[in-house]
Design a protein around this ligand. Structure first.
Ligand code: NAD
Length: 505
């Protein structure tokens, strides 16, 4: 049997239970499937057939989850860090034990090619292990000395938190946000994206199996405008971490205003990859292709704007054209597939609409620009390259979030910086040059939370991850995550020598 057929057959087996039973919620340690409650069909990106029904949670469901997280908080907060470490490492073992199931379910639900999704469980488990090991030291602070006083700081978990995640790499992102919250000692309510609920339920099952006390982990399925809104408004929830669109961040900020929610936002991007004529041509070409056409271009850090120095523009675009034409679009479970179907019909239509927008604005569709109807009823689009674009065009300004690259020429370093920064977003940037002085100048000047020099999106868990401008607020990674999920308390102790002010003597 080919590995494609093996993947299909195995995936079918794993998906069967979601087709036979409505996917519910996980609240206070119990799977909840409220009979007669509202539900919706979760459609497959592969053929737009139903993968099963999912409960569209209500505000009451969300209230129950938030109260459960509130009640579970004191016990979880007071559990010694060493014990949380043990539990969370066990959680990581259980993720790894279900790696094949997670990869196949994830790929089928969100349309990302299996060649990338087979890493989902491994990366998810790594997120758990990394933060599990930090759990015992999360409360540590600083000692700050004065002549007659000593200050020390200590950190304690902020309380129950809301985690709201998107559909593009749902499993990995959920673990990335939830692992540090749990390690810090927070309890959580997870609201997964309505378009990709399945791997979140696998995580909830693992939470149960790992022996997390009831209420420490809660998952409520449903729509942003109902359960997501209620989560960000709920008075028991102290902070909300969102990965999603910039507009959703604005909604959550408004919704959380009355209860003064602390927020952490990882939002959209229109990230530039800047290629100078002194760059390593082949490595830059590989990275440019990888960073927009992998993960279907549905990646927040995708380099969707290529800024290419005019002295090598023709040669680079010719080589790029060949590579883009050669990409393998297909079924996400086929190991040969490089670009799979887009997550949902609505998103596919949004991406396709940019093909006309590009032409209307005067750009050239050099490769692609069409739907791949020959691949069936799924949401397949051909990898697309726009040339002869300028930065005022919508294809250069708006986050398309598909396998679609807009290229723009530039002459000088100053021009490259101006183009890179002429955007509302500021998530990431990529700089390709073999001139180290130029690399340093560019890294300082480009407005983004993360810059990679002569590299694609290499991830280092202790490093800060996040954006500026409309791309986000706050940083994840290492101790940065604990700063968000914890409160810092200062304790000031006198040495007994200072003069206490005397009044009314
Ligand atoms: P989205 O903003 O539409 O949805 C994200 C989540 O927010 C979903 O769970 C949704 O139900 C919920 N939501 C929607 N409205 C809400 C509301 N009013 N209140 C509370 N919750 C609400 O985003 P998406 O379309 O699922 O994902 C794609 C977006 O995510 C892109 O913009 C992408 O750049 C961004 N993203 C960013 C990062 C990052 O690290 N910066 C990573 C991945 C994806």
């Amino acid at each position: 049997m080919s590995s494609f057929s093996h993947n299909q057959e195995t995936a079918e087996r794993y998906l069967q239970r979601f087709q036979q039973n409505t996917t519910g919620h996980f609240i206070n340690g119990q799977m909840v499937s409220s009979a007669g409650a509202e539900s919706y069909e979760n459609l497959s990106p592969i053929d737009n057939e139903s993968l099963g029904k999912v409960l569209a949670g209500s505000a009451e469901d969300m209230d129950a989850a938030c109260v459960a997280a509130e009640n579970a908080f004191p016990e979880w907060r007071d559990m010694p860090g060493q014990e949380r470490k043990k539990l969370l490492n066990h959680f990581a073992d259980l993720i790894e034990a279900r790696a094949e199931e997670i990869a196949l379910v994830e790929s089928s639900d969100c349309g990302q090619a299996i060649r990338f999704m087979k890493q989902a469980a491994i990366r998810g488990a790594a997120n758990f292990r990394f933060f599990a090991d930090k759990a015992p030291e999360a409360q540590n602070g600083l000692a700050l000395h004065q002549a007659e006083h000593t200050n020390y700081t200590l950190r304690s978990p902020i309380g129950p938190v809301g985690i709201i995640t998107p559909w593009n790499t749902p499993f990995m992102l959920a673990t990335w946000k939830i692992a540090p919250a749990l390690a810090a000692g927070c309890t959580i309510v997870h609201k997964p994206a309505e378009l990709t609920p399945l791997s979140a339920m696998l995580l909830a099952e693992i939470a149960h199996e790992a022996g997390l006390p009831a209420g420490v982990w809660n998952t409520v399925n449903g729509f942003g405008e109902t359960v997501g809104k209620r989560l960000s408004e709920h008075p028991a929830i102290r902070a909300v971490a969102l990965v999603g669109e910039s507009a959703t961040g604005s909604h959550i900020m408004r919704q959380g205003a009355d209860t003064l929610k602390r927020v952490h936002f990882e939002l959209g991007g229109k990230n530039p990859v800047i290629v100078f004529d002194d760059a390593d041509f082949e490595r830059a070409l590989d990275a440019v292709v990888f960073m927009i056409y992998s993960l279907n271009g549905q990646r927040c850090t995708s380099s969707s704007r290529l800024l290419i120095q005019n002295s090598i523009k023709d040669k680079f675009l010719a080589a790029l054209e060949e590579r883009v034409k050669n990409l393998t679009v297909g079924h996400p479970l086929d190991p040969n597939t490089e670009v799979g179907p887009l997550v949902h019909k609505g998103h596919y239509e949004k991406v396709m609409s940019y093909m006309d927008i590009a032409k209307q604005d005067g750009a050239t569709v050099r490769v692609g620009g069409v739907a791949r109807k020959d691949l069936g009823a799924g949401n397949y689009v051909s990898p697309t390259l726009f040339t002869e674009a300028d930065n005022s065009m919508r294809i250069a300004r708006e986050e398309i979030f598909g396998p679609v690259l807009t290229s723009i020429g530039f002459d000088t370093e100053e021009e490259a910086i101006a183009l890179a920064n002429d955007t509302d977003y500021g998530l990431s940037g990529y700089i390709w040059t073999n001139n180290s002085g130029r690399a340093m100048r560019m890294a300082r000047a480009v407005e983004a939370g993360m810059l990679w020099v002569n590299s694609e999106n290499n991830r280092n868990l202790p490093s800060p991850f996040g954006g500026i401008k409309m791309s986000g607020i706050g940083r994840d990674g290492g101790d940065y995550s604990f700063d968000f999920y914890m409160e810092t308390k200062n304790v000031c102790i006198a040495h007994g020598t200072h003069k206490v002010p005397v009044l009314g003597a």
